[in-house]
Write a protein that binds this ligand. Structure first.
Ligand SMILES: Cc1cc2nc3c(=O)[nH]c(=O)nc-3n(C[C@H](O)[C@H](O)[C@H](O)COP(=O)(O)OP(=O)(O)OC[C@H]3O[C@@H](n4cnc5c(N)ncnc54)[C@H](O)[C@@H]3O)c2cc1C
Length: 437
C-alpha cells in the first residue's frame, strides 16, 4: 500500500456544512487544513435538502459555492472517500492514519465528463435519492458533487469494460488499491454530523413496512430541483398525493426510542415542507399533527404564521398508530387535543414522519473524547465554550455535538475554528518557550 505524508495545523473530520465552514474559517486565517470526508463528495446532508427555512433559498444553490470554495482554497487539502483509521499523540499533536478508499477512477485524470456513466449498463438504486431513483455502477455521485470525479461500485460491477472504453482520459483503473496517508495535525475538529431516527423504529407507525409512510428526508429529495422524479409522487404506487399528513416528534421526545430530547429542526422543516408541497401540489390538503410547535429562531414564528395563513391545517394531537387501507392509503389514529380529548381515524394519501436527529458517529474509540448520555459528543463547558471537548486539541462543530439547524451549525463552526486557532497559537508559543537541548 502506498503511504503519503501530510503535515497540517488542523484536521477537520466530516465535510458537511459545519466541517466545511470550520475548514474555511481556519484556512482564511492562514492555517493549513486537511478535510477528510468518508463519502465521495463533500456537502453532507445539506446538499440533499430542497430549500431551507425560513428564507426558502434553494439548498444546492447556497451549498455548492461553499463546497467549491473548500475545493479551491489553497490552504485546504480535501480528501474525499477517505476514513480515519487511527489517531495517536506524537508529542507535537496527533498522528492520524487515513485510508483513501479506491474509486477505481484516477482522480488526476477524471474530468467528470460522465461518459463512463453513460456507457455503463448496470443500474443500482441511489442512496443519495434514498432509493427513490437509480444510478449507474460507475457515476459522478450527484450533479453538484464536489469533487466531480466518478466513483465505481466494484461490488456490483460486472467488469464489462464499457466504461474503460468510453473514458477519453484512461481514468478507469480496475486494479486501484486503497491508499494510506499519514496526517500530522496539531488540532482536530470533529464535524461528523447526524443521522435521522430510522423510519422503521416504531412498530405503531408501520415500522417501515407501509410504503406511503415516509421519512421527511424522502420529501426533501422529492421537492429538490435535483430530485429523482421532478414531481412529488407517493412511493407506494406513483400517485400524486391529494392529502398529506405530517406526524411531528416521530423520532424525538420519545422514551421508547431512547431519544428523549427535542431534535430542534423538525417543527421548522415540517412547516417548510408543508409550504413547498402547497406550491407543488396546489389542490392537496396538508395537515400537521403536533404536540407543540417550537419556532425558536429569528424569523421562524413569522414563517409558521405564514404557513397557517396559507391554509395548512395544524392539529394539536398525539398520533398513536398508523395502518393502511386496501388501496395503500395510510390511516392515522390520533388523539386530538385541541377541543377536549377525542380519538379519531383519518385517511391520508401520504404520511410524512418528522424524524429526529441521532448521532452519526461514536468518536470514543478513536479520539478518546467523552460522549454525553444522548450519544452526542460531550462539551466540557457548554455555556462558555460550546465547541471545546474534554480532550485537549480536539474540538467539535455542528450536529456532532447535538441537534441544530444550519444557522447554528455555521455559528458553531466559526466558534470551533476560533477555539482551534487560539489553541494552535498557544501551542506554538509554548513550543517556542521550551528551551532547546
Ligand atoms: C429532513 C430535514 C430537513 C432539514 N431542513 C433544514 C432546513 O430547511 N434549514 C436548516 O437550517 N436545517 C435543516 N435541517 C438540518 C440540517 O440538515 C443540519 O443542521 C445540517 O445538515 C448539519 O450539518 P453538519 O455538518 O453538522 O452534519 P452533516 O450534514 O451530517 O455532515 C456530516 C458529514 O460528516 C461526514 N462524516 C461522518 N462521519 C465521518 C467520518 N468518520 N469520517 C469522515 N467523514 C465523516 C458525513 O459523511 C457528512 O458529510 C434539516 C434536517 C432534516 C433531517
Amino acid at each position: 500500500m502506498e503511504r503519503t505524508k501530510l503535515n497540517v495545523d488542523a484536521l477537520v473530520i466530516g465535510g458537511g456544512i459545519a466541517g466545511m465552514q470550520s475548514a474555511l474559517d481556519l484556512a482564511d486565517q492562514g492555517y493549513q487544513v486537511a478535510l477528510v470526508e468518508k463519502d465521495p463528495s463533500i456537502g453532507g446532508k445539506m446538499i440533499a435538502l430542497s430549500k431551507v427555512f425560513p428564507t426558502l433559498d434553494c439548498c444546492s444553490c447556497i451549498t455548492t459555492p461553499k463546497m467549491s470554495a473548500v475545493a479551491h482554497h489553497e490552504n485546504i487539502h480535501m480528501l474525499t472517500y477517505a476514513e480515519v483509521k487511527s489517531v495517536n499523540e506524537n508529542g507535537h499533536g496527533f498522528a492520524v492514519q487515513v485510508i483513501k478508499k479506491p474509486r477505481y477512477v484516477v482522480e488526476e485524470l477524471c474530468t467528470g465528463c460522465r461518459l463512463c456513466e453513460f456507457a455503463c449498463p448496470i443500474d443500482l438504486t441511489s442512496a443519495f435519492d434514498l432509493d427513490l431513483g437509480a444510478h449507474r455502477v460507475v457515476r459522478v455521485p450527484f450533479s453538484t458533487a464536489v469533487p466531480q470525479y466518478a466513483v465505481l461500485d466494484m461490488e456490483n460491477c460486472i467488469l464489462c469494460g464499457k466504461c474503460e472504453k468510453a473514458c477519453p482520459t484512461d481514468a478507469i483503473d480496475f486494479n486501484q488499491a486503497p491508499e494510506e496517508l499519514e496526517i500530522n495535525a496539531k488540532a482536530i475538529l470533529l464535524a461528523t454530523g447526524f443521522d435521522t431516527t430510522p423510519t422503521d423504529a416504531k412498530a405503531e407507525y408501520g415500522a417501515g413496512h407501509l410504503p406511503n409512510v415516509v421519512s421527511a428526508m424522502v420529501i426533501e429529495r422529492l421537492l429538490a430541483p435535483t430530485g429523482p422524479y421532478g414531481h412529488v409522487l407517493r412511493p407506494g404506487d406513483g400517485k400524486e398525493p391529494d392529502s398529506i399528513a405530517y406526524v411531528q416528534c416521530a423520532g424525538s421526545r420519545d422514551q421508547s426510542l431512547g431519544v428523549e430530547y427535542c431534535s430542534r429542526v423538525c417543527c421548522m422543516y415540517a412547516v417548510k415542507q408543508a409550504m413547498l408541497l402547497s406550491g407543488a401540489l396546489p389542490i392537496a390538503d396538508i395537515t400537521v399533527y403536533y404536540m407543540d410547535i417550537r419556532t425558536f429562531g429569528k424569523g421562524y414564528e413569522q414563517f409558521y404564521q405564514n404557513a397557517r395563513a396559507m391554509g395548512i391545517e395544524f392539529v394539536k394531537g398525539k398520533v398513536g398508530k398508523i395502518t393502511e387501507d386496501e388501496d395503500g392509503n395510510p390511516i392515522v389514529r390520533v388523539e386530538i387535543l385541541d377541543e377536549g380529548s377525542r380519538i379519531v381515524e383519518r385517511q391520508h394519501d401520504l404520511v410524512v414522519l418528522s424524524v429526529g436527529m441521532i448521532p452519526h458517529y461514536d468518536p470514543q474509540p478513536l479520539y478518546d473524547v467523552p460522549v454525553a448520555e444522548d450519544g452526542f459528543i460531550s462539551i466540557a463547558s457548554p455555556n462558555l465554550a460550546p465547541s471545546v471537548t474534554g480532550r485537549p486539541g480536539v474540538f467539535v462543530t455542528g450536529t456532532a455535538s447535538g441537534p441544530m439547524d444550519i444557522v447554528d451549525s455555521i455559528v458553531l463552526a466559526g466558534a470551533a475554528a476560533t477555539e482551534a486557532a487560539a489553541y494552535l497559537e498557544a501551542e506554538e508559543a509554548h513550543q517556542e518557550a521550551v528551551p532547546v537541548g
